[in-house]
Design a binder for this molecule. Structure first.
Ligand code: GLN
Length: 504
């Protein structure tokens, strides 16, 4: 985006901001305070943030400016604002996980991702809204209210990382951090017209990430461009001895191949994903994206993931099973809320009844049932077998192609309230995102254009384990050809930033 002028830093993406900051045309304090003003003026429309960290962000920005002026070292994202999903622990700063259970929780330590953002001098401007314990696809399950989609304030931003996605789309911050267990970065990225990426499982530390389903949870970036997403991914990825599932390997640099194009790459289109259950407006844009990649020199082939159709069923057993175990810690003793009762058991029952919302309760019940002695083999073990079959589907697909392409979500952003009474309809939003989660593969959603109603459509790219480089490379090539403008527009869109308005 060329509109990144020092006079209106909120219109600029991270790469442009870094350039003007580095040239001394604008200070980190000016960049951060411009974003804080925009949040103050317009977050009552969007409600992306649960906590805005004005003081802390400005203090960090001034410190960066002082260091820069003194010729001292600054990090790779020095002065760039970032919206942080409220699932990541921040020392001394309320971390709610979207739940009444943790409404007053102030962790005594920072998540590793938060420390790495700090090392990179990215400036955290606020903690973003989310579905309670990251369970949901619309951010309507937050105990603290719904976040609105910046493209149409009557619609959902997707979820569970809807606050972070909406913050980036609304130009409250050029960068955001989300977490993805079954699609919670990619699906809100698709619905908000931004880039969202889930790294290979184990690539980014889960230390200090409040657990939902530990074998699936992964932290990743949101941005308005592929290049910015790659920068943020680079800042947070890497081995962490504090997370036993963290991959003990160096992270290959994704930057050198980012602009290499797709000449010579094979793109596998999941043809069955373009049939039933996908809105025609979504299927059209995804087919066009495949054609464009072909035009750019990629070989486009059809691939099949025959077991992906069982992904939802497997995921909605595995994730609740792990959640039922992970959420046992909220007992009124160790963390967060306590509601008194006459006995310890009554206290725990009262605490959990008051602290958890209905979707969380549903998952705990499903998970406890699936893990119970009489049903474990029938449900949990079967689901794990399906998981293996899906992994094998990807292994077979990656013999025929380098990147797998499909829609991210079967629909564009839906109206607030449209699916809240029908959990199964809500779960179907994840049909295309859960397979890569179950297989641990890196996956990215990027905007592929708009549907007939003027809402963003997301296309998903999936790459083999540990090959984030090819994922970003293919995405960057597609992005440069699509030239999608990520500025929300339409009758009911969030108020645009000044420079962006005068630009068009
Ligand atoms: N929508 C999915 C769910 O509700 C995915 C959530 C996530 O990735 N955190 O479980």
């Amino acid at each position: 985006m060329v509109a990144g002028t020092p006079t209106d830093p909120v219109a600029a993406d991270a790469t442009d901001l870094l350039r003007v900051l580095d040239d001394g045309d604008v200070s980190a304090e000016e960049v951060v305070s411009a974003h804080l003003s925009r949040i103050a003026d317009h977050d009552d429309e969007v409600r992306a943030f649960l906590t805005v960290l004005d003081e802390q962000a400005l203090e960090h920005a001034r410190d960066i400016d002082r260091r820069r002026a003194a010729g001292a070292a600054v990090g790779s994202l020095a002065g760039v604002p970032v919206a942080l999903k409220d699932v990541l622990c921040t020392r001394g700063v309320t971390t709610t996980c979207g739940s009444r259970m943790l409404a007053d929780h102030r962790p005594p330590y920072d998540a590793t991702v938060v420390s790495r953002l700090r090392d990179a001098d990215a400036v955290v401007v606020g903690k973003a809204n989310m579905d309670e314990f990251a369970m949901g696809s619309s951010t309507e399950n937050s105990a603290f209210g719904v976040t609105r989609n910046p493209w149409d304030l009557a619609r959902v931003p997707g979820g569970s990382s809807g606050g972070s996605a909406a913050a980036v789309a609304a130009h409250f911050a050029p960068l955001g951090i989300g977490t993805d267990t079954g699609g919670s970065i990619r699906q809100p990225a698709a619905l908000c017209g931004v880039v969202g990426m889930k790294p290979t499982y184990g690539r980014v530390s889960r230390y200090g990430l409040i657990a939902f389903a530990s074998s699936l949870d992964q932290v990743g970036p949101f941005a308005r461009s592929v290049t910015d997403a790659a920068r943020l991914y680079t800042a947070i990825a890497g081995h962490d001895p504090r997370d036993s599932t963290s991959i003990p390997e160096d992270v290959p640099d994704v930057a050198p191949t980012l602009e290499d194009g797709v000449d010579g790459l094979r793109i596998g289109v999941v043809s069955e994903a373009l049939d039933d259950g996908v809105e025609p407006g979504v299927a059209v844009r995804v087919r066009e994206a495949a054609q464009l990649l072909g035009k750019l020199g990629a070989e486009v082939v059809d691939v099949s993931l025959p077991h992906a159709r069982y992904g939802i069923a497997a995921y909605y057993l595995i994730a609740p099973s792990e959640a039922s175990s992970n959420l046992a810690r909220y007992d009124g003793v160790r963390y967060g809320l306590r509601v008194d009762g006459d006995t310890a058991e009554a206290m725990m029952a009262a605490t959990r009844s008051a602290g958890f919302g209905s979707e969380v309760v549903r998952r705990i019940m499903v998970g406890t049932y699936a893990l119970s002695a009489g049903y474990y083999d029938a449900y949990y073990v079967s689901a794990q077998r399906v998981r293996t079959l899906i992994i094998r589907d990807y292994v077979a697909a990656f013999e025929r192609c380098d990147v797998v392409l499909s829609p991210t979500s079967p629909s564009t952003a839906f109206e607030i309230g449209a699916k809240t009474d029908d959990p199964l309809a809500m779960y179907l939003n994840d049909a295309f995102t859960v397979p890569a989660s179950l297989a641990g593969m890196p996956a990215l959603s990027m905007p592929a254009g708009l549907d007939d109603g003027g809402l963003p459509v997301g296309v998903q790219l999936v790459a083999p384990l540990l090959d984030e480089a090819v994922l970003f490379r293919a995405a960057r090539a597609l992005e440069s050809e699509l030239a999608f403008d990520p500025l929300p527009r339409g009758a009911n869109a969030v108020h645009p930033p000044v420079a962006a308005r005068t630009k068009t």
